[in-house]
Design a protein around this ligand. Sequence first.
Ligand code: URA
Length: 192
Amino acid sequence: MYGTWEELEESIQNCQKCRLCENRKNIVFGEGNKNADIMFIGEGPGADEDIQGLPFVGKAGKLMNMAFEALDIDRSKIYIANIVKCRPPQNRVPQEDEAMACLDYLRNQVILVKPKIIVLMGSTALKNILGNEYGITASRGKWTEKRGIIYIPTWHPAALLRDDTKKINFWKDLKLVLEKADEMNLQIRKDE
Ligand code: URA
C-alpha cells in the first residue's frame, strides 16, 4: 500500500497486471475530493471514460449527474472510482482475475480517502467489495457496516438507461445517502 496519492498514482501509470491494459487509451484512476466523506464506486470505464481518462463522463455519468443535480448532491464533494481502471472490451463485465488484479488500487484509494460511507453502484461493485453472496436486487437500499465504513448498494446508472423503472429506486437510495449524511454531519450537499 502507498501512503500518498502521488506514489499510488505513479504506481498505476504503466500497469500491466491484467489483459485490460492491452487496449486502453487511458487509465481511469478516479476523480473528486480526496478527503471525501462519501465515495461512489462503479464497475469500470466505458468508451467515453477511456478517451477522457475520467470516471462517469459518458451517458451513464450524465444520468447520474442529473440525479445528483436534482437531489442537490455536489459531485465535487464526493470521490468516484471504479472496480477496474481500464476499459473492458465492448464494456463487458470485468472478469474475476481482472477485478482481483485491480482491487489493491481501489483498496489503497479507500485507505487514502477514508470515507465514512461507500455507495456501491451495481452488481460488480457490490460483489467485489462485499462478497459474491450479495445480490444487487436484494441488497440495494440496505446499509451494511464493515470495518468502520458503512456501505449502501444501489443500481448502476447504466442499468437505469436500460430499464426506466429502476430510476425510482436509484433516486430513493440516493435520498437514503443524503439522510445518512445529514445524520452523521457529512459533506455531500451543494453549498447554499
Ligand atoms: N460505468 C462505470 O462503471 N464506470 C464509469 O466510470 C463509467 C461507466
